[in-house]
Design a protein around this ligand. Structure first.
Ligand code: FE2
Length: 126
């Protein structure tokens, strides 16, 4: 659940809310499932960092703030906490961080960089 697919032609992005057997198609081609990256190879930091803040958590991207420029920015940050999904959309010029009203830091967090794709603090088990 919550897999993310992208159209390599037009850039449309879709999140799966409920599994089904059918194939997602956009612009006449299969959409491509986005892998959840969790290891930064470069100096630029994408892996989300979760900190307790008041009654909730502050999620930062990443350990060094990611750029938030028109051509390169974090498009959204999301938190999966039990059955709930919280999503905060971001725009260039804003800080690459978001507060979520969840009581624990033990949550799966993902963020999407418009150039470098999907990142998580808890990669899927291989
Ligand atoms: Fe990036």
């Amino acid at each position: 659940m919550l897999e993310i697919f992208k159209c390599d032609n037009c850039g449309k992005i879709v999140t799966i809310s409920h599994e089904g057997a059918g194939q997602l198609v956009c612009c006449g081609r299969p959409m491509v499932q986005q892998a959840e990256n969790s290891v930064d190879a470069s100096n630029e930091k994408h892996v989300p960092v979760v900190e307790k803040q008041g009654d909730g958590i502050l999620v930062k991207v990443g350990s060094v703030p990611h750029p938030m420029e028109a051509a390169h920015y974090i498009a959204w940050i999301e938190v999966m906490s039990g059955p709930n999904l919280y999503v905060k959309g971001l725009k260039p010029g804003e800080k690459p961080e978001a507060y979520f009203p969840v009581p624990t830091t033990d949550v799966k967090v993902r963020e999407y960089c418009n150039l470098h794709g999907l990142w998580t603090n808890k990669p899927p088990h291989k």
